[in-house]
Write a protein that binds this ligand. Structure first.
Ligand SMILES: Nc1nc2c(ncn2[C@@H]2O[C@H](COP(=O)(O)OP(=O)(O)OP(=O)(O)O)[C@@H](O)[C@H]2O)c(=O)[nH]1
Length: 450
């Protein structure tokens, strides 16, 4: 039974626990009340019947002895006028009818009524109750000098029968039953309303908590339960759940923010040189591919610079690697500052930089490259009381009908840079290479340095 109950929801269990005893209790009380009421009504009817025959028997003594018919009729009429009386009859001592008025009166009575005491015989018929008693002669008071002793039993001069109808009694019983039924219904309805509200006040908040926990388990961290509970413990449970959900959501937000931050940092590190803050070689290769695709789509002019510092090693050798780093960083800032915002600058190797210029005419590109050369040469780097000036050799290549691939463009710029380096350093060489420079490039690498 308990195990079967346990399978139901908490709300149903509470309804059963609260509602069932109330129903049983109310039905028992109602049945008891109806039974007692019915008995009281039956008793009242019996009492009335007995009272009637007790009244009629002595009253009929004289009438029966005298044989006064008019008095007998008057007596019957008086009896019949009483509430619930449906028949009054007088019989001789042998049970033969002398006079009858109303219903439920047989022409002959079954058995004689004993005369001792206050004996009244009661019989139940369909819809009526009969009461019979003997009419006896009340002995007259005798004086102390009488010769005969008084009779032990009074002589019977007749019998009286009164019949009470039960119609009014049945109507009253029906009325009692109806009233009790309505009361039961009212009390049960009130009990069910109370049970429903009590079960709801516990069951609904618990059900809401169960739903919320399920949604949270499915990953919905924004779920909260409404504060509906009126009970102290359930209120604390709702508040505790909401606080816990908020704490989990907050830690999830913090974690996500850290992951996002780390992702951004990793993405930046993957595409940037940490020393100069410029985009690195990987970014350069991706951007040059994109630039070439843009050129194919829209004919956008693309110019590529390969910039290799001259005699940079001397700084490292003289002042140490840290000083070399410092100079690389300064030259990164210089390059970025001398190019337009839409031009892109990269550090693609140890002392090698590159730049991608868009929508830049041939002459402008050359002038810009030479300006960079001059600016780098003019940049003075002081270290340990010594002043260093490194120069730069720049190779320049532009997309044209012969240079349609990213790789080819990079090789062309690299070859131009190599030519500049071997042509005396500190100047710009543009691809296609001059004949003299081209002839001296037999040892030039066929691919950009890694
Ligand atoms: N400080 C520093 N030095 C670097 C870094 N990466 C490469 N180098 C050095 O840069 C130098 C590059 O070599 P080279 O290009 O042959 O040196 P260079 O003196 O410029 O020679 P030329 O280009 O022929 O003029 C080497 O000495 C490397 O050790 C770096 O990140 N920091």
């Amino acid at each position: 039974m308990i195990a079967a109950l346990a399978r139901y929801s908490l709300r149903r269990q509470m309804l059963l626990v609260l509602g069932l005893p109330s129903v049983v209790f109310v039905l028992c009380i109602a049945a008891l009340f109806a039974h007692q009421s019915s008995r009281a009504l039956d008793q009242a009817l019996l009492e009335r019947g007995r009272t009637m025959v007790r009244f009629l028997a002595p009253a009929a003594e004289y009438v029966l002895v005298s044989g006064n018919r008019e008095a007998l009729d008057a007596l019957m009429a008086r009896g019949l006028a009483q509430p619930d009386v449906v028949g009054v009859g007088f019989y001789d001592p042998g049970g033969e009818a002398l006079a009858m008025l109303g219903e439920g009166l047989p022409p002959r009575l079954a058995a004689p009524v004993r005369t001792e005491g206050d004996e009244i015989r009661v019989d139940l018929a369909d819809g009526a109750v009969g009461f019979e008693a003997a009419v006896v002669v009340v002995p007259a008071a005798v004086d102390d000098y009488a010769e005969d002793p008084p009779l032990k039993t009074a002589p019977v001069v007749g019998r009286v029968r009164v019949v009470l109808g039960t119609a009014r009694l049945d109507a009253e019983k029906r009325s009692v039953f109806l009233t009790v039924s309505l009361l039961v219904l009212g009390v049960l309805a009130a009990a069910m309303v109370i049970a429903l509200r009590l079960a709801g006040s516990v069951g609904e908040p618990v059900a809401a908590l169960v739903r919320a926990v399920g949604r949270m388990a499915d990953g919905d961290l924004a779920v909260r339960v409404p504060a509906h509970a009126r009970n102290g413990e359930l209120k604390a449970l709702e508040a505790g759940f909401n606080a816990m959900a908020e704490a989990i959501a907050e830690s999830q937000r913090t974690l996500q923010a850290r992951v996002d931050e780390a992702t951004v940092q990793l993405a930046w590190q993957a595409h940037h040189d940490p020393l100069t803050g410029l985009a690195n070689r990987r970014a350069f290769e991706e951007r040059i591919e994109q630039a070439v695709r843009a050129h194919r789509r829209s004919g956008d002019q693309i110019t590529l610079f390969y910039i290799d510092l001259d005699h940079f090693k001397a700084v490292n050798d003289s002042c140490g690697h840290a000083a070399g780093d410092q100079l690389l960083s300064q030259l990164g800032v210089l390059l970025r500052g001398r190019l337009r915002a839409e031009d892109e600058v990269f550090r693609i190797g140890g002392d090698e930089f590159a730049a991608i210029l868009r929508s830049c005419g041939s002459e402008d590109a050359r002038r810009i490259a030479e300006g960079l050369c001059a600016a780098i040469a003019d940049h003075a780097f002081e270290c340990e009381g010594r002043r260093f000036r490194v120069g730069a050799s720049i190779g320049l290549a532009r997309m044209d009908p012969d240079l349609q691939e990213a790789d080819a463009l990079m090789i062309a710029a690299d070859q131009a840079c190599y030519a500049a380096k071997h042509g005396g350093r500190g100047h710009v060489v543009e691809y296609p290479l001059p004949a003299a420079a081209g002839s001296s490039l037999s040892a030039a690498p066929s691919a950009p340095p890694a």
